[in-house]
Design a protein around this ligand. Structure first.
Ligand SMILES: [Mg+2]
Length: 308
């Protein structure tokens, strides 16, 4: 069941509230804005979302944008902007001050373990599913139990803590006898990174490394379905295919991810590996000539890109 989402649009000096179905696309939103402010959809640009300015991205649904509750769409007229608004990567200007956030600590770290930071929505769960059994990504419990042998498991979700905890409870991930969750972080721990052309929210691992000094870029992996979430930590990030419960009969992402995480676990520096090809890894543990210097993922295409 889809539901209505309330969005705030800022246009010139005005803030306008719009109710729109969460399944509506960005293109639908532009049409709705047109009916209110009479600015042609083609001339509208969203200041905070410059990376969505392609035809294809107009098919993204409001729900898929995973907006923060306090998000405001700043609408500008492309004709009134001197230069075309084009995404330019790597031009970070500054980071906004973080709001107060808490580590919801659930368990203690164990000695000599690596750290896996997992997103919830579309990484291990699809909230659109009729129930949590269908919403859980296939092999979730096998995956968590399997990697817990070598990894401490943390959760970082771009929702509110209470909602994240509800989802984890529905997934039977709290007080599970087979593994423990170290902590949960929510969207309050996500700073807004301002680029010259706009901004995005992200999950910088240094927040975790400052608190838990046993973890670093050498032994941490963050797994998310949105590349922007680990844009500042690309060498520690694994991009996973977004999970939708309608594909649950064929989805094997978590089995592949478990194999990959186990494959790399003995590596001294995770940041030195190329995680883009994580799905086409080569199991060099069976190859006596391999070592960390000729680390090889084998042939094939990668699981995704890291630049959009
Ligand atoms: Mg997600």
């Amino acid at each position: 069941m889809s539901s209505l989402v309330k969005l705030t649009i800022q246009w010139e000096e005005n803030e306008i509230e719009i109710n729109i179905n969460e399944e509506a696309t960005l293109g639908d939103l532009k049409k709705k804005i047109h009916s209110i402010i009479h600015l042609e959809p083609a001339r509208q640009t969203f200041f905070d979302f410059p990376l969505l300015e392609t035809l294809e991205d107009h098919k993204i649904t409001i729900k898929e944008l995973n907006l923060r509750p306090d998000c405001v769409f700043i609408v500008k007229d492309k004709l009134s902007i001197d230069k075309p608004v084009k995404p330019r990567l790597g031009s970070r200007k500054q980071s906004e001050e973080l709001k107060t956030f808490v580590f919801k600590i659930m368990n203690k770290p164990r000695d000599n373990k690596k750290l896996l930071v997992l997103d919830i929505d579309h990484t291990i769960y699809d909230a659109q599913a009729p129930n949590a059994v269908l919403g859980a990504r296939p092999y979730l419990q096998d995956f968590l139990q399997g990697i817990y042998e070598e990894y401490d498991i943390a959760i970082w979700s771009a929702t509110e803590l209470a909602i994240a905890e509800k989802k984890l409870a529905a997934l039977n991930m709290i007080e599970n006898p087979n593994y423990k969750i170290l902590f949960v972080l929510d969207f309050n721990a996500m700073p807004k990174v301002l680029l010259e052309e706009g901004s995005y929210y992200t999950k910088p691992l240094k927040i975790i490394w400052e608190k838990y000094q046993q973890y670093s870029s050498a032994n941490t992996i963050i797994c998310d379905d949105k590349p922007m979430n680990f844009r500042g930590d690309k060498s520690n990030g694994i991009l996973i295919e977004p999970y939708s419960y309608v594909e649950r009969d064929t989805d094997k992402e978590l089995l592949h991810l478990m194999s990959y995480l186990k494959l790399i676990v003995k590596q001294e520096d995770f940041a030195a590996l190329d995680h883009k090809k994580w799905k086409v890894y080569k199991d060099y543990s069976t190859d006596s000539t391999s070592d960390s210097d000729n680390y090889n993922y084998g042939e094939g295409s990668s699981g995704g890109t890291d630049d959009n």
